[in-house]
Write a protein that binds this ligand. Sequence first.
Ligand SMILES: N[C@@H](CCC(=O)N[C@@H](CS)C(=O)NCC(=O)O)C(=O)O
Length: 208
Amino acid sequence: MSLTLYGLGRSRSFRALWALEEVGVEFEYLDLDMGSSAEDGNLSSSYLKLNAQGKVPTLIDDEFVLTESNAIVNYVATFAGGEGFVPPERTRERAEYDELCFFIQSDFEQPLWTSGKHRFVLPEEHRVPEVLPTATWEFEKSQRALKEMVDLRGYVLGESFTFADLLLAHTIGWADSFKFPVDPQLLAYRDRLFERPAVAAAIARLPH
Ligand SMILES: N[C@@H](CCC(=O)N[C@@H](CS)C(=O)NCC(=O)O)C(=O)O
């Protein structure tokens, strides 16, 4: 088994990097040069063959290529060492895990991505700065909903850590780094999750 993860710093690829460190498998991590079509760039012809959008993350497992951070995290949980990080299929616990992960990726993170796109990701002629206050308003709305949905004092699905915690803690960190008004309870939850040794190991893989 030969595993390679392509990513970019603490972007959404960090979710996959953290998951691989939680499982404790051997892998190579390659941090791409964003916006570059050089060999180590996300726009190189070789990378675009792996990920047609030139986005991160991309995981290569021998000849198997997988994109989408949540799909990668769920796949990583099927490796030896990943038991318990994603609840088993055909259970209500799994349905609740999916519910939360879909909420994070559809509602909770979208205002953050809207903000990123309209501040620095999209070509300048496609940026609409007027949308930014709406993104803040939407984030505050999802944040309030999240606090009703889960108990942030422990792990969001109950007794033990799952990759729903990983996804959520990463996304809260993203909101904080984008200077969104993040509720102190969410920040305390993120700080606690970020104390996990796998987070330190993942950070150590990033270029400094
Ligand atoms: N839904 C995708 C989103 C991937 C994505 O948009 N990644 C960003 C970094 S967080 C990226 O590669 N952006 C480069 C671009 O949009 O050109 C996932 O979660 O994997």
